[in-house]
Design a protein around this ligand. Structure first.
Ligand SMILES: [Fe+2]
Length: 329
């Protein structure tokens, strides 16, 4: 019998519902993203977006998959890390469905889910993963039963830095893709803080310095070009060192910022230099969506892990390395 899992993702500004089978087929993957008209993402507004649109997104996912509620064998939800109000809204929907349908509930670590959906798509077995998004910037690899964070940002995430910069420069949200497009017209490199601290990164100083360049009259294309080259060079350095240290043979790029072609080009260069395979997760599975939650739910369920509703409180600060990865043991 094929096992069908409905996965709900709602850690930040996106709400997603994905339906995946235990043989790794994504039957549907529906989502919607809150786009603030001004300023950043307000957690309460984002959670209202999820509660308003969640039911219809789930309904659409079922319809696209061609199944009914009664065909679902398992409910998985993103338990963390993320914004408290968003996590709680999503968890409430997952618990309700689990009770109503009388099927097991599985709690999923959002970052781990990004890695495993990338492995499913690429058939990679044990990669070094560069996970870059609006909320996270991490270089991760599996060691000793857990996904270890080899390096990460100490302040803001790379996607957040690009979005805030874009907002300052008058671009819409999300600004990352616009920064990428405009950077192609830039060619003069202006020095920005290259903040690699041990294996960790810092992006907030770069944001301040880039805003200063703007106030000094440096052209927007040159600023975008300089920011991309510096920011991506920093995370590529960490990835390169993680590959050299772990001697792993695969490099995986995932998260919303994986859609950036310049970052992809730089990491392709790293993988060529080290003779390792490279895969960038396709756009539909790179950002935050429910299919990755559903697939991780299946992996965990098959390894014998489910959660009682009474134990399923959300974990806004749940770190990648705080979960035993039973299915890889
Ligand atoms: Fe994410």
């Amino acid at each position: 019998m094929v096992l069908i899992c409905l996965g709900l993702e709602g850690t930040a500004h996106s709400f997603g519902a994905g339906i995946v089978t235990d043989d790794g087929k994504v039957l549907s993957n529906e989502w919607d993203m809150l786009k603030p008209t001004h300023g950043g993402i307000h957690p309460r507004e984002a959670s209202r977006h999820h509660s308003d649109l969640g039911p219809s997104i789930i309904h659409n996912a079922l319809e696209k998959a061609g199944i009914n509620y009664n065909d679902i064998n398992l409910i998985a939800f993103s338990r963390g890390p993320g914004l408290g109000p968003c996590l709680r809204t999503t968890a409430t929907m997952a618990r309700t469905l689990s009770l109503k349908l009388d099927v097991p509930l599985v709690d999923v670590n959002h970052c781990v889910a990004h890695i495993e959906i990338g492995c499913l798509e690429s058939s990679f077995e044990d990669p070094v993963t560069v996970y870059v998004s609006g909320g996270n910037s991490q270089v991760i690899a599996y060691a000793g039963g857990r996904f270890r964070t080899f390096g990460e940002t100490l302040d803001i995430a790379i996607g957040n830095m690009l979005d805030v910069l874009g907002r300052e420069l008058g671009m819409g949200f999300p600004a990352g893709p616009i920064v990428e497009k405009i950077a192609k017209q830039g060619s003069n490199y202006h020095s920005l803080p290259y903040s690699v601290k041990g294996m960790d990164l810092s992006y907030s100083g770069m944001l301040t310095a880039a805003k200063k360049l703007f106030s000094e009259g440096i052209s927007i294309p040159d600023i975008c070009f300089s920011v991309q080259e510096t920011a991506f060079g920093m995370i590529a350095e960490i990835a390169e060192r993680a590959i050299a240290h772990t001697k792993k043979q695969e490099l995986l790029l995932t998260g919303g910022v994986a859609r950036n072609n310049r970052l992809t080009e730089i990491l392709e260069g790293v993988s060529e230099r080290h003779g390792v395979q490279f895969h960038r997760v396709s756009p539909s599975l790179a950002g935050d969506q429910g299919a990755m939650i559903a697939w991780n739910g299946i992996l965990q369920f098959k390894a014998g892990r489910t959660i009682e509703i009474s134990d399923s409180q959300v974990l806004p600060k749940w770190r990648t390395d705080e979960q035993d990865i039973l299915w890889r043991a």
